[in-house]
Design a protein around this ligand. Structure first.
Ligand SMILES: [Zn+2]
Length: 370
């Protein structure tokens, strides 16, 4: 295991590659972003919006999937106020929301004057899928990824909206395979193809546990139907330099606020991923498997956007990375109906012993971030 020389991500991160100079593919993507003519990109998006504006009659011009965080508020602001589209926001409601999450979502909708559709999938089904995914693949949030993409595609079809505008382009931001389809106005495949799906087979996972009639919103609509309706799917991060800190500042104008009690355990900022309570332990398991989690992502973002130097990022990661996210542990156990003993035994199963070692009774990574 080694860490990038420019940011703080390790080579154990799925999908990342390192070049001979010890620099990761995510950093190389950021370097390329400096060469992009963002004015031209913005003009391109203006052209796309000009073409579709009003094409759905009195209906909506675009669907904007949101989570209720700072980036969501920013996306809604840009598509409504800058590009003047009639926006339909869609949220897959988290089952354990935080007070800040609820209030930030309500503020954004109210301040910006936007219609919102809430998709809240059947609790018993999601709970069963999450519990199975926790024990079988150590990825309790696995199902949510499916629900987001499938539900948004279904809603775009149902309301006949010609455009779907996502937030950051995972390919660009994380150094994966960059889809250039956004440049040509977005492809239908982008609406249902996503890196997150390749991890394991959903239907194998739920076989014998979930009935087929329980999971409508977990199923993608037919790709040919999306193509026939010519629905475009874009990432705003392709047209704008994605900067979470800036989004937080803009979103404050529309009622957004960070976590009142400061950063959660293991986090270095208080304004990201604060809308729900089930994801932190999901991310902690990622730490056990791959040796990085919230602080590594957060520090890398701050480095890429020029807010801190790598030295400070290293220091901040090292000072918080071993803090277990205990804030929501009790609710995590209760929600999934998991005994605490079974929880810890399962976590131990997911810990990658090739990169972790026990010193004086405490687990530590064998490889120190310096
Ligand atoms: Zn890097």
């Amino acid at each position: 295991m080694k860490f990038c020389k420019k940011c703080v991500l390790p080579d154990t991160k799925p999908g990342i590659t390192f070049d001979p100079e010890g620099v990761c593919s995510a950093c190389r993507s950021v370097e390329k972003k400096h060469e992009i003519d963002w004015e031209i990109r913005s003009k391109t998006l203006h052209q796309i919006c000009d073409e579709i504006r009003g094409s759905n009659g009195n209906g909506y011009d675009c669907v904007v999937p949101i989570s209720g965080g700072k980036d969501s508020t920013y996306q809604l602001y840009v598509m409504k106020e800058v590009y003047k589209l009639k926006v339909l926001a869609v949220i897959i409601v988290p089952h354990l929301q935080t007070v800040e999450g609820i209030e930030n979502l309500n503020s954004a909708i109210e301040f910006l004057g936007i219609d919102l559709i809430k998709v809240s999938v059947r609790p018993t089904t999601l709970q069963k899928i999450r519990r199975t995914a926790f024990f079988k693949i150590g990825n309790p949030n696995y199902a949510e990824h499916r629900v987001v993409f499938a539900s948004v595609a279904r809603i775009a079809l149902f309301y006949n909206t010609p455009l779907v505008v996502w937030g950051e382009d995972i390919g660009v931001e994380f150094g994966g395979n960059v889809s250039e389809s956004s440049s040509s106005g977005g492809s239908a495949e982008d609406l249902i193809n996503n890196d997150l799906f390749r991890e394991s087979n959903f239907f194998e996972l739920i076989d014998g546990i979930i009935q087929p009639n329980e999971i409508f919103f977990y199923h993608h609509p037919e790709i040919k139907e999306i193509k026939r309706r010519k629905i475009k799917s874009l990432y705003l991060g392709f047209f704008y330099w994605w900067d979470g800190y800036k989004h937080k500042s803009v979103s404050k104008n529309f009622g957004f606020r960070g976590r009142d009690l400061g950063p959660l355990s293991g986090n270095i900022i208080n304004y990201d991923n604060i809308d729900e309570k089930l994801c932190e332990i999901h991310k902690w398991i990622q730490f056990l498997k791959f040796g990085f989690w919230r602080p590594h992502d957060e520090a890398s973002y701050l480095i890429w956007n020029g807010y801190i130097k790598r030295d400070e990022g290293v220091h901040r990661v090292n000072s918080v990375q071993y803090q277990f996210p205990e804030e929501y542990l009790d609710e995590f156990l209760e929600y999934h109906q998991i005994e605490e003993r079974d929880f810890w035994l399962t976590l131990d199963k997911w810990r990658n012993k090739k990169i972790w070692e026990k010193i004086n009774g405490k687990w530590q990574l064998k490889y120190k971030l310096v």
